[in-house]
Each structure stands twice: as structure tokens, then as C-alpha cells.
Design a binder for this molecule. Structure first.
Ligand code: NAD
Ligand code: 89Y
Length: 342
């Protein structure tokens, strides 16, 4: 499959490495594009990509593509996704899907009308530790899950590589809470309503840098979803999500040191569920970096099998609706039911 990457900034370096790893799986990145000519050329030179562009329109007019991977920031997603769909090119787009719900719905409906597959690069559920949790749940070892706590709490200097965080009016929930809310859906199912308290603890931030959310799932399960960029703790667990899930007959706990402890009836078992280091990944980022490769593989495998990706645009609407509900709940001081598409 011939692909192109749009947006060659900070996080796209992981996409570039992962696409390079997938050459052996029949993937060829034939072009990259960034409005910044220096970044476009650097990406092409470093990763051996034959052509680079500074204008997405020219990219689509000049290349025969099987897919495009959009790794720009959310303000550009709607226009770029619609451009890709108009050219009939299967599209992957980074999270957050867009800046608002209407744009998210518009992309899903535009892609659906054109019968062009659309996937969101929602990678936390593909992290090796989270896949291990999914396997235990699917095995039935803890019975039906009834309670959960999903916590992304860090003081790691994320501002160094993503300085725009300081200016984001919506920060913790839209940037990283979105991943943790997605995990809550994956582990405990869809959500009936949620409440939320936000805090802005770092005076340099315009938006909330801490959120504490309480969810009632449609199954009856209850969960706590937490995210903060302002926790002071040694060791720091960045970029891990710590998980506790209690079920009818047992529980799952994922600890800071990547230890997963599973209680199943009277039996307790423990195993290490960390990600391996790849030639291009470094601690502490490696779990997040490897998940980029796992996400890209999952999306391509689904498309090759003629299926929608697990993280299709339509699926991501349910995660995005939780983000919107969290902001509305924080503002109103009341529990809010998430928007449902159709
Ligand atoms: P960045 O600002 O470093 O990179 C964005 C790049 O897009 C820049 O190089 C910019 O010049 C380019 N660009 C902007 N508009 C463009 C356009 N119209 N056409 C082509 N190129 C354009 O941002 P980043 O930190 O790499 O974040 C990018 C996205 O990745 C964000 O949506 C962010 O939330 C997401 N992200 C995801 C994860 C994850 O784990 N899934 C982690 C970090 C960032
Ligand atoms: O922006 C965030 C994300 O999506 O994953 C990790 C991150 O880069 C920093 O928390």
C-alpha cells in the first residue's frame, strides 16, 4: 500500500519510524507533506521518503495513494480529512479528532457518503499493557467488570515537547483525558452519564491541567477517570495509565512498574506487561511510541481485511462525546449524558 504522511512535527516522528518498520509488511510511504518546508524535507531525507510537499492539495493531485496519515494538530483535521476523502484516499487522523463535535460528525458523514474508510489514531488502547488488560477481561478471569479506576497522573515535563499546551484553553481532558476516557469505554463499555471536576494548578496554563471524572456505564459499572500534568511524584509513571478493574469474581491491577496483578477467585497471578524497547524508542516514551506501530498495524490490518478499523471515525465519536460531556459537567456542576450520533 502506498501512503503519505501530512504533518511532520513532534509526534509524527513516531509515525515515520513506525511506517518505516512496516515496509516489510508491504507499506511504502511515498511522500510526506508539511507547510514548513524544512520539516517536510528533513522527514523525507531522514526516512528515505522519495517526495516531499508543502501543500496538501498538490500532494493529492500529484500522488496515487492508498492511504494518508494526518498527524497535524486538530484545528487542521476537518479540512485535511475532507480533502483526502474528496480524492477517495483512505484516511487516518490523529486525536483529538477535531476542535468540536460538529466537525467530528461532519468528517464521519462525509467519509461515509463517499465510502472512504476513516480511522482515528487513538493509540492508548493498543499500548502493550492495555492489550494485556483486554486479554484478561476477555478470558473471563475476573467475571463481568463492575468498577474501574483509570489514572494518568504525571509531572513529567510534557510542555518541553508540546509547548502549545500552555496556551490550550481546553488542555488535560481534550489532550490526554480523551485517551483515558477511550480506555474506560474499551474496558467497561459505553457511558450513560458522567460528572467532572477540573483544576488549573499550573499558573502558566490557560486551560485545566487536572480533571477527575466519575462515570456511570450503561452496564451499571462505575469508573473513575483521572488525568493531570501536575502531579509531583517519584517515580513518575509517565506515560502510563494505571488501571484497577474489579469484577464479579476478581480484579486486575496495573502498577507503576508495569506489573499486572490478576486476582481470579482465590488465585493470584502476576506478570510484567511492559513494552519492549525498539531501535527507535526510548524510555520513558517507549510504551507510547510502540503503540503508534501497533495502532498503524491494527488499522491497516482491518482495511486489508475489508473491515472498518476498530478506532473508526464513528467509534471515536463516542469517545469525543465523553470529552464534551466532561467539559459540560465541569461547567454546570451536574452529571451530563454524552451526545449520541444518530
Ligand atoms: P506539532 O505542532 O509538533 O506538529 C504539527 C505539524 O503539522 C507541524 O510541523 C506543522 O507545520 C504541520 N502542519 C500544520 N498545518 C498543516 C497543514 N495544513 N498541512 C501540512 N502540515 C501542517 O504537533 P504535535 O505535537 O506533533 O501534535 C500533532 C498531533 O498529534 C496533535 O493532534 C496531538 O494531539 C497529537 N499527539 C498524539 C499523541 C498520541 O499519543 N496519540 C501524542 C502527542 C501528540
Ligand atoms: O499529547 C499526549 C498524548 O496524546 O499522549 C501523550 C502526550 O504526548 C503527552 O501526554
Amino acid at each position: 500500500m502506498r501512503g503519505a504522511l501530512i504533518g511532520c512535527g513532534f509526534f509524527a516522528q513516531n509515525h515515520l519510524n513506525a511506517w518505516r518498520d512496516m515496509r516489510a509488511e508491504g507499506i511504502e510511504l511515498v511522500a510526506v507533506c508539511d507547510i514548513d518546508p524544512v520539516k517536510a524535507k528533513a522527514a523525507a531525507d531522514t526516512f528515505g521518503v522519495p517526495r516531499h510537499y508543502t501543500d496538501p492539495q498538490t500532494l493529492f493531485e500529484s500522488e496515487q495513494l492508498d492511504f494518508v496519515d494526518i498527524a497535524t494538530r486538530m484545528e487542521t483535521h476537518h479540512d485535511l480529512v475532507c480533502l483526502a476523502v474528496r480524492h477517495g484516499v483512505r484516511t487516518i487522523v490523529q486525536k483529538p479528532f477535531a476542535s468540536d463535535w460538529q466537525q467530528c460528525v461532519s468528517m464521519v458523514e462525509t467519509a461515509r457518503a463517499a465510502r472512504v474508510p476513516l480511522a482515528v489514531h487513538e493509540n492508548f488502547r493498543f499500548q502493550a499493557p492495555m492489550q494485556a488488560v483486554r486479554e484478561v477481561l476477555a478470558s473471563g478471569a475476573i467475571g463481568a467488570p463492575t468498577w474501574g479506576r483509570f489514572a494518568f497522573r504525571t509531572g513529567f515535563d510534557v510542555y518541553k515537547t508540546q509547548p502549545y499546551f500552555h496556551q490550550d484553553k481546553k488542555l488535560a481532558i481534550l489532550d490526554v483525558g480523551i485517551h483515558v476516557l477511550d480506555l474506560a469505554r474499551v474496558f467497561l463499555g459505553e457511558v450513560r452519564h458522567l460528572s467532572c471536576e477540573t483544576q488549573q494548578r499550573n499558573p502558566r496554563n490557560v486551560g485545566e491541567d487536572t480533571a477527575t471524572m466519575l462515570l456511570r456505564h450503561t452496564s451499571g459499572a462505575v469508573s473513575l477517570v483521572e488525568c493531570t500534568y501536575e502531579a509531583r511524584q517519584i517515580p513518575d509513571s509517565f506515560p502510563q495509565t494505571l488501571v484497577t478493574i474489579e469484577g464479579e469474581t476478581g480484579s486486575i491491577k496495573v502498577h507503576e512498574d508495569f506489573r499486572m496483578v490478576v486476582t481470579s477467585g482465590n488465585e493470584v497471578s502476576e506478570r510484567s506487561i511492559g513494552s519492549p524497547l525498539l531501535p527507535w524508542t526510548q524510555a520513558p516514551w517507549h510504551v507510547a511510541q510502540e503503540s503508534v506501530l501497533l495502532t498503524q498495524r491494527a488499522i491497516i490490518a482491518a482495511w486489508r481485511a475489508g473491515r472498518e478499523a476498530e478506532t473508526s471515525g464513528a467509534d471515536n465519536l463516542n469517545t469525543y462525546a465523553l470529552v464534551d460531556a466532561a467539559y459540560a459537567a465541569a461547567e454546570s456542576g451536574r452529571a451530563v449524558a454524552p451526545e449520541v450520533w444518530r
